[in-house]
Design a protein around this ligand. Structure first.
Ligand code: UDX
Length: 478
């Protein structure tokens, strides 16, 4: 008789080395993919940088399927200098350190019994290709931002040739980019900031972004944290016209193998107390305000937000991170005098939230967000309308998509308002519009439709693409 156990005995799990960029918004989606692979019989070594932009991931949270015991973690230094602001130069040093350390680690791993066959690496590094080639590994990239940002990056040369970038001349940012198939027209001002730097084409960030995208193009496969249903036209154009093997596998925040939803790693201790407070609020009555893990909001702006929020009369849950302010000031010191007292019966300020659970709570009516890509996906897939207040990177591009393409949110400040000058009356007006206005109501209904679409993608199109990755690894196609 056929002895299955004898065959199983010889099965060697394909070994994948997973290298996330050490920031919250990059590491969470990478972990989610790693867990899916581990739960499906792929051996995973997760490489985490020490001293990165998030603390060490506790081992128990990454073991995925304990029974398989194929999840192991290695550390390399991030090389980040936290005494300096995050700039192109600081990133370059850090990337060089990480790259050298990763090479050293691979030299060791390649001598082991079951060496890695595939490098699954964040596109953001830009040097995944060199390492993969040097060690003879296949390479899967993970792109943790929107498809539109990726697509614009792929067409950076066309944008230069057609005179859209650099957008340094007067009025250049008002031009409309409408020549790219599959992409809805957008203002140059709405492009990712790395593509339209003040310093023009010599900007370090521009050069870096360009080389990252060029390198991503050569990956054997690119996994992107979005869903096919959200970015269908752009994904199709990337595949058909640009011949890029790109597979949407998002939203990646929820573990596709239905591990507890908030198994994601958090930067600082979460304040779970806020959930029991939310339990006591009415449906869709609370405005959740949070600006991700990297942005720091100027104290004057915080004051205007606070006054606008107070004047709106709405209930709120607001994440303010004291570590982003001088001398770790207390929230009372950061906020306008008496604000906490005056809003005590309807507002709560905490330093870090269990965001996924908050956005999944029925009491939350809208999300005042910086439009970081993970926050956008989390909001969208929980059916929560957004009020967008972009701070940096590609967050303005994300806001354009939220407002004009998917119609699931409003800008906190109208286009003509200078973002440097946040005024309380604008804040109040926007909060009232999203929480109570007719437009807000329409948006809420549309957001609920997206929630259903996201649920389908998690168990359908995105899961299929992850499963295809598993199958291809097992069949030696990668
Ligand atoms: C950054 C960029 O801002 C973003 O645009 C880019 O796409 C990725 O890198 P970040 O600023 O951290 O990320 O924002 P975001 O992408 O929204 O990620 C933040 C993560 O932290 C989310 O998963 C969110 O759920 C989590 N979070 C945030 C919490 O768990 N608690 C909080 O209080 C705030």
């Amino acid at each position: 008789a056929f002895d299955l156990s004898a065959h199983l005995h010889h099965y060697v799990a394909p070994h994948v080395l997973v290298v996330p960029y050490p920031a919250q918004g990059h590491t969470n989606p990478a972990l989610s993919v790693a867990k899916f692979l581990a739960d499906n019989g792929i051996s995973i070594t997760l490489v985490q940088a020490t001293n990165g932009l998030l603390p060490q991931i506790p081992s128990h949270s990454v073991h995925g399927n304990q029974a398989l015991k194929i999840f192991r973690k290695e550390t390399i230094p991030s090389g980040l200098d936290h005494s300096k602001p995050l700039s192109g130069a600081v990133l370059k040093v850090s990337f060089d350190v990480m790259r050298a350390a990763l090479r050293e680690l691979l030299q060791k791993l390649m001598l082991e019994e079951n060496p890695p066959i595939c490098l699954l690496i964040d596109s953001f590094f830009g040097w995944g290709n060199d390492i993969a080639v040097e060690f003879g590994l296949s390479r899967v990239d993970l792109w943790t931002s929107s498809a539109t940002t990726f697509y614009l990056g792929i067409h950076v040369q066309d944008l230069v040739t057609r005179g859209f970038i650099p957008a340094t001349e007067e009025g250049a940012k008002e031009k409309i980019v409408d020549f790219l198939p599959g992409l809805s027209p957008l203002r140059v001002a709405d492009m990712p900031q790395n593509l339209i730097p003040e310093e023009g084409l010599q900007s370090g960030m521009f050069i870096r972004f360009r080389s990252v995208i060029q390198s991503a193009k050569w990956a054997d496969r690119i996994l992107i944290n979005t869903m096919y249903e959200l970015d269908t036209n752009v994904i199709e154009c990337l595949r058909r016209e640009d011949h890029i093997h790109i597979d949407p596998v998002g939203p990646l925040h929820v573990d596709v193998m239905s591990v507890a939803p908030n198994s994601s790693v958090s930067l600082v201790q979460q304040d779970d107390h806020c959930l029991s407070l939310l339990d006591r609020q009415q449906q869709s009555s609370v405005l959740y305000c949070a600006f991700g893990s990297l942005a720091s909001i100027d104290e004057n702006v915080v004051a205007e937000l606070a006054h606008g929020l107070e004047a709106s009369g709405e209930s709120f849950l607001w994440v303010i991170r004291p570590d982003k302010y001088k001398n770790n000031a207390s929230v009372e010191e950061i906020l306008p005098e008496g604000f906490m007292e005056r809003t005590r019966d309807r507002g709560l300020v905490i330093s870090w939230a269990p965001q996924l659970s908050v956005l999944g709570h029925s009491s939350v009516g809208a999300f005042l967000t910086h439009c970081g890509w993970n926050s956008v996906l989390e909001s969208l897939s929980n059916g929560v309308p957004m009020l967008g207040f972009p701070q940096m990177a590609e967050q303005n591009t994300n806001l354009k998509l939220i407002v004009h393409d998917w119609k699931v949110g409003l800008p906190l400040l109208q286009q003509e308002v200078n973002t440097q000058k946040v005024e309380r009356k604008h804040v109040q007006r926007a909060i009232t519009a999203i929480m109570r206005g007719d437009e807000g109501l329409q948006i809420r209904m549309r957001a609920r439709e997206w929630k259903e679409i996201a649920e389908k993608a998690i168990h359908g199109s995105s899961k299929d693409n992850l499963q295809k990755l598993v199958d291809d690894l097992k069949q030696g196609k990668l």
